[in-house]
Design a protein around this ligand. Structure first.
Ligand SMILES: Cc1ncc(COP(=O)(O)O)c(C=O)c1O
Length: 441
């Protein structure tokens, strides 16, 4: 029997939308009904250029044939297999392919369904890892101001965005934060900024305060995306790595945005040539098409658990949908698309063009900073006095009306187009943004 589904939504009340101004949206809805490659089609039939790869996830663009076909085929062949104590070949194949593109030293993959779940998983593995090695006092977790690590309790505890934290009680105990890396000396820097490597030294202060033997892990985004594209100063990540290593603390890179080619390498760990102990991923893993995440770990992290009787479960953690066959099939087809089309290399090649286009906005009304790396960029606006976020939100609405999708966080406009974007489309995206900014209050 066919589904009895209304042809178009005519009552918007029931759906409580995530991270959305629900009342504003429902008065003036913005609906996408189709997508192909670099464009969305709106409900009123307009084409909108995707300047954000959906939510930083559709790195190969939209409705890519390999991925669509893989999902269709897998859904008809093996729709689900129990994730615990049973396996299926697709999840194993994807894990091997992920290790193939990961930095040397990364050897194991633990599946989740989202970036938030990858973060919770990595934090739990970190604490359990130390316990498994007889260092059960290492339970403290260190995040960073202005970090975004998803929305679950571990993630918001180590995260550093006040609105994501202050409404939700006391969060996890035993968490501390490094300072963020966004400093005024670096305004309008192109690519990786010069100043601020010493901000990593704050970890020594935190270690001195709490004692290294109480700290399990440090988690940072190698490049903070969601809080407005905050770049790591030159030498900063190297310092974090050295200090964590010195004190036996695990280093987790949250690569949910930076993974899968965004900076021109498979992972930021390769781009910066810094090897963490774990990487959290999601989004571009399946090109955003099907929920899936993965925590990728070194051999040492995994092997610490492989003790005790062989019939015993080694890690008491997992999800019903960990390694779901359809998601795994989408993952394989996604990695294959990236490879066949050389999309990571393409991102690296386009990066200088993107940088120049973006920085051409310097001097535009209300623009107080521009930041870029790989195929990611941010344009920071002077907030309207007493009305923070309003100017950027107006820019978002106007750009959408003019046929370009951008994203805002606070008064920062962030852009992260699919890696298939052409130079002409970069010009159009930046041109639209200029027009919008010129005409805004
Ligand atoms: C760095 C980082 N970690 C975690 C997440 C959370 O991912 P999800 O929304 O899939 O739970 C995001 C999402 O933007 C992210 O950017």
């Amino acid at each position: 029997m066919a589904l009895d589904r209304k042809p178009a939504p005519n009552d918007l009340n029931a759906f409580w939308m995530p991270f959305t101004a629900n009342r504003q949206f429902k008065q003036s809805p913005r609906m996408f009904v189709a997508a192909k490659d670099m464009h969305y089609t709106t409900a009123d039939g307009r084409q909108v250029l995707d300047g954000t790869a959906g939510l930083w996830c559709c790195n190969a663009g939209h409705c890519r044939p390999l991925i669509t076909e893989a999902i269709q085929k897998q859904a008809a062949e093996l729709d689900y297999a129990p994730a615990f104590q049973m396996g299926h070949p697709v999840a194993f194949e994807l894990a091997n392919r992920l290790i193939d593109i990961s930095p040397k030293g990364m050897e194991h993959v633990f599946y989740t369904n989202s970036g938030s779940e990858s973060v919770e998983t990595a934090l739990k593995i970190a604490i359990a890892y130390h316990r498994a090695r007889g260092e059960g006092t290492r339970t403290r977790l260190i995040g960073r101001e202005r970090g975004y690590h998803g929305v679950n309790f571990g993630g918001i505890s180590v995260g550093g965005i006040v609105n994501n934290r202050k409404f939700f009680g006391t969060l996890l105990a035993g968490v501390d934060h490094l300072p963020h890396t966004h400093i005024p000396q670096n305004a309008f820097a192109k690519g990786q900024p010069e100043h601020g490597a010493n901000l990593a030294d704050d970890l020594e202060r935190i270690v001195a305060l709490h004692g290294a033997e109480t700290i399990a892990a440090v988690i940072v985004e190698p490049m903070a995306g969601s809080t407005g594209v905050l770049l790591p100063p030159k030498g900063y990540l190297e310092k974090l790595r050295a200090i964590t290593k010195k004190h036996g603390i695990l280093l987790i890179f949250d690569e949910v945005i930076t993974g899968f080619g965004r900076l021109g390498s498979a992972f930021a760990a390769q781009h910066f040539d810094v090897l963490p102990d774990m990487m959290t991923t999601a989004k571009g893993l399946t090109n955003g098409v099907i929920p899936m995440g993965a925590v990728i770990t070194t051999g040492a992290v995994h092997d610490a658990f492989m003790n005790g009787p062989e019939h015993m479960i080694e890690l008491f953690h997992g999800y019903t949908y960990s390694g779901n066959p359809i998601a795994a099939a989408a993952g394989i087809a996604t990695l294959e698309t990236y490879k066949q089309e050389g999309l990571f290399e393409r991102a690296a090649e386009l990066a200088p063009y993107w940088e120049n286009a973006l920085h051409s906005l310097k001097g535009t009304k209300n623009v107080i900073d521009i930041r870029n790396m790989g195929l990611i960029g941010a344009v920071e606006l002077e907030p309207i006095a007493g009305q923070p976020t309003k100017r950027a939100f107006s820019a978002f609405l106007n750009a959408y009306e003019k046929g370009s999708l951008i994203r805002t966080t606070g008064d920062i406009i962030a852009m992260s187009p699919p890696l298939i974007i052409s130079k002409a489309e970069i010009d159009r995206l930046i041109g639209t943004l200029k027009e919008v900014l010129d005409t805004l209050e």
